[in-house]
Design a protein around this ligand. Structure first.
Ligand code: HAM
Length: 411
């Protein structure tokens, strides 16, 4: 597309938007509280670059995935490097883990992150080209108790914001049982290959389990009798899956088993899950994740267990209502030029504990009150000649209609 002429206004790109006003208030409210919960679960913050080598996503998310095939923002930079704006957060975190040789150090790592992700998808409600995720990744814990821990953490976050959800759960098996399952699935699919959509016909060759979550109705109808992965798990995977369900049951976490849930990224093994909401339209997944015990190896590290999730922040914000926490907003002004310095000094001190607005121009009472109200302050504090001499300040609580003159130290 040609660039616009100089005098034409420029708009944000399709599928990308500014986050501002009420939405940015909700955004920071969500991130602050989600981070606080992650810290309570023992996670520390990691920030990885937005731009990574394209090969990172090819090797992790998978060459056969829609994300890598159709949706990457990739290009060759000025140094001839093949780079890509990250479509998701897990790959970068695993790259860091391997790059820093933490796979050799042993022990456990727990990281959380949030930030923008980029996928060149067809924009629609709940589906953007630049969107934000809040995610967590755990390395070095192969116990399925960690999978339950992760799921309960997401539940804690959603509960905090009062969001209802359905949890869909599946096990994708591992390198022992998945290949055999794939074989029997391919055999089954081939028996009606011509009736499947064009994409699914290709998927039989490239990644047959992706046929299971095809959105085309006629494909889904055909799949009713397809073999189920959960009936074909090896003993270790089956034991883990049973244990996971047991822990969730014990802790009162409701879930439904969805044997067609395969997720759009190729790195999962064993546990895979999605949290969905029926209140936000067709793009109903608000969070997704699972176990990825082979991913560190795929990226050149030593075998290390991994499990994690990401929440789609924009989708979640459709559901978040801020808890009514009325915050005091103090407005400080001077009634004359001579009192201004003291007013500003008091305002700077007050700011340490309370949201405080300073009016720089000395004015009369009435004008200050009008300005304060306009800016949403509920407490007005003013200093004039008398207060300056007495070392006091006039304070009025607009909502309670209470006023008093107090010592500046008490203010
Ligand atoms: P994902 O399911 O691709 O997983 O994305 C996680 C969440 O990001 C989705 O449930 C959805 O809420 C949101 N999301 C995805 N695409 C879009 C979009 N185009 N517009 C708006 N929101 C979107 C992952 O990305 C994995 N890295 C999760 C993970 C972490 N697994 C293990 N660790």
């Amino acid at each position: 597309m040609a660039n616009k002429q100089n005098n034409q206004t420029i708009q944000s790109l399709r599928g990308m938007k500014d986050i501002v006003n009420d939405e940015s208030k909700l955004f920071t409210y969500f991130v602050d509280n989600a981070c606080a919960i992650a810290k309570k679960y023992g996670f520390s913050y990691i920030e990885t670059p937005i731009l990574e080598e394209t090969a990172l996503f090819k090797r992790s998310v998978g060459e056969s995935s829609d994300i890598v095939n159709k949706e990457m923002y990739n290009f060759v930079d000025k140094g001839e490097n093949h780079v890509c704006m990250r479509p998701e957060g897990t790959a970068g975190v695993v790259r860091h883990f391997v790059e820093k040789k933490l796979d050799r150090a042993g022990g456990t790592q727990r990281w959380y992150y949030y930030g923008p992700m980029f996928r060149y998808e067809r924009p629609q409600k709940g589906r953007l080209r630049e969107f934000h995720q809040f995610g967590c990744e755990v390395f070095g814990v192969d116990s399925v108790i960690e999978d339950a821990n992760i799921i309960m953490m997401i539940k804690d976050i959603l509960d905090f914001f009062g969001i209802g959800f359905k949890l869909q759960l599946n096990s994708l098996g591992d390198h022992n049982c998945m290949p055999q399952y794939k074989e029997s699935l391919v055999e089954h699919l081939n028996s009606f290959k011509d009736d499947l959509c064009e994409d699914c016909q290709k998927r039989i060759e490239t990644n047959p389990i992706r046929v299971l979550d095809c959105k085309v109705e006629s494909c889904q109808e055909k799949l009713v009798d397809a073999p189920k992965i959960t009936h074909n798990l090896c003993e270790a995977c089956d034991t883990d899956f049973e244990k996971l369900k047991e822990i969730l049951d014990f802790n009162g976490v409701d879930y439904e088993i969805d044997t067609n849930l395969v997720r759009g990224l190729d790195y999962y093994s064993k546990t895979a899950f999605e949290f969905v909401s029926d209140e936000i339209g067709a793009q109903s997944a608000i969070a997704g994740g699972g176990r990825y015990d082979r991913l560190v190896e795929f990226l050149g590290g030593r075998p290390t267990a991994g499990v994690g999730f990401a929440i789609g922040i924009e989708r979640l914000l459709e559901l978040v209502k801020m808890k009514e926490e009325r915050e005091d907003v103090v407005y400080i002004g001077a009634l004359d030029e001579a009192s201004l310095n003291t007013a500003i000094k008091l305002a700077i001190q007050k700011r340490k504990t309370t949201k405080t607005l300073i009016e720089y121009t000395p004015r009369g009472f009435g004008k200050h009150f009008k300005l304060a109200e306009k800016q949403g302050a509920n407490i007005v504090a003013l200093i004039g000649e008398k207060e300056l001499t007495d070392g006091t300040i006039f304070v009025k609580d607009i909502e309670k209609r209470e006023e008093s003159t107090i010592k500046q130290e008490e203010f």
